[in-house]
Design a protein around this ligand. Structure first.
Ligand SMILES: [Zn+2]
Ligand SMILES: [Zn+2]
Length: 327
C-alpha cells in the first residue's frame, strides 16, 4: 500500500482523548539523564567502537529499513533480508515496524496539521521531540486504529509479534543485559587471565545499552523538529508542510536530514538528491542493489525534480479542489 491509500476519515481520529504513558515517560527521562552523565565515568575504546557499530546498525535499521523500505516501499528486498533489517531497526527500541510505520504514514498524510500530524513543531518542541510518544492521542496508542495505516504489514505474523509494548520493555532489558555481558567478555579477551572484565561490562552497558537508544531517539526527534523548522526548501510541498533540508541532521542520522527532498519525493530511496548531499542510507541501498539484493529502487527523474523545484511555476490546483498528494 502507498500512503495515498491510508484512511483519513475524521471519526478515526479522537483528537480530545489523550493518555500520558507514565512508564514510558519515566524510562525516557531517566535513560536520557543517565546517558548525559555516565559516559564520562564509564568509557573504554572498545565500548565507544561498539557504540559506533551499533548506532550504524540500528540507525540504518530505522532509516533504510523502517522508513524507506517499510513506510514508503522505496525499494524491495528478499523476505529474509527484510526481516533482518526489521530486527536491526527494532533494536533501537522505538517499537516494532507496525507502530513506527503507521505514525510515519500519518505524518506524511497530515503533515504539520496540529491534532492530525502525530508530531509537528506546530504543537511545541517538547511535543515534537518525543513528547508525542508520551502524551499520546487515542489514534497514536490504539492498536485497532493505527493498524489501519499498515494493511501491507499487519498480516505478517512476525511484525505483529513485534508490535507489543510489554515486549519492548523486555527487549530493552535483554539489550542491557546482553551489552553488559558482551562488554565483560570483550574486556576478558584483552587480559592474559581471560577473567570477565567487570568495568568494561559497565562501559558497554552505558554506551551500547543506554546511550545508543537515547542518541537514536533524539536524532529522530531532530528530524521531526529541526527538519520542519530550520533549513532550506528547494522543492515545493503541499498544504501546511514546512519540511526543510538540514545538512547537520543529515550528517547525524544517515542522510535523513534532506527532509524537504523527502517530503517532495516520499517514494524516493535516495534523499540526498544532489551528489554533495551526504546520504549513507542511500549508499547502502546502492550496495544492496549492486549485490542483487535490492530491486524496484525508486528515484525521481531530473524532469520530475525540475517540475517540483521551488523555482518552477506552480502546478494549477485540480478543478475539484481536492488536494493531490503523490505519496
Ligand atoms: Zn516530516
Ligand atoms: Zn517519510
Amino acid at each position: 500500500m502507498t500512503d495515498a491509500e491510508a484512511p483519513v476519515s475524521p471519526d478515526e481520529v479522537a483528537h480530545a482523548e489523550t493518555r500520558l504513558d507514565v512508564p514510558f515517560t519515566v524510562v525516557n527521562l531517566v535513560t536520557t539523564i543517565l546517558s548525559c552523565v555516565l559516559p564520562f565515568w564509564f568509557s573504554s575504546a572498545s565500548a565507544v567502537t561498539a557504540f559506533v557499530v551499533f548506532y550504524t546498525v540500528t540507525g540504518l535499521g530505522l532509516t533504510l529499513g523502517y522508513h524507506r523500505l517499510f513506510a514508503h516501499r522505496a525499494f524491495r528486498v528478499p523476505l529474509w533480508l527484510e526481516r533482518t533489517i526489521a530486527v536491526c531497526g527494532y533494536l533501537a527500541i522505538q517499537r516494532g515496524p507496525l507502530f513506527w510505520v503507521a505514525m510515519h504514514r500519518m505524518h506524511h498524510r497530515h503533515t504539520d496539521i496540529p491534532g492530525r500530524d502525530p508530531h509537528t513543531p506546530q504543537e511545541g518542541w517538547l511535543h515534537v521531540h518525543f513528547g508525542w510518544m508520551q502524551r499520546r492521542r487515542a489514534d497514536v496508542w490504539t492498536r485497532e486504529l493505527y493498524h489501519r495505516w499498515v494493511p501491507d504489514l499487519r498480516t505478517d505474523p512476525f511484525y505483529r509479534w513485534l508490535d507489543s509494548e510489554s515486549r519492548d520493555y523486555l527487549a530493552y532489558v535483554g539489550l542491557l543485559l546482553a551489552s553488559w555481558t558482551v562488554g565483560g567478555l570483550v574486556g576478558a579477551a584483552g587480559h592474559p587471565s581471560l577473567r570477565f572484565d567487570l568495568r568494561n561490562a559497565w562501559c558497554f552497558l552505558v554506551w551500547v545499552g543506554l546511550l545508543n537508544r537515547v542518541a537514536v531517539l533524539h536524532a529522530f526527534g531532530l528530524i521531526n523538529s529541526v527538519c520542519h523548522t530550520y533549513g532550506s526548501r528547494p522543492y515545493r510541498t503541499h498544504g501546511a508542510d514546512t519540511s526543510v533540508n538540514n545538512a547537520w541532521v543529515a550528517a547525524l542520522i544517515f542522510g535523513e536530514g534532506w527532509h524537504n527532498n523527502h517530503h517532495a519525493f516520499p517514494r524516493s530511496a535516495r534523499q540526498g538528491l544532489r551528489w554533495y548531499q551526504w546520504d549513507p542510507a542511500w549508499y547502502a541501498i546502492v550496495l544492496l542493489r549492486t549485490l542483487g539484493l535490492a530491486r524496484q529502487v525508486h528515484v525521481p527523474s531530473e524532469d520530475e525534480r525540475q517540475r517540483r523545484s521551488a523555482d518552477a511555476a506552480p502546478v494549477p490546483a485540480p478543478a475539484s479542489g481536492h488536494t493531490a498528494r503523490d505519496h
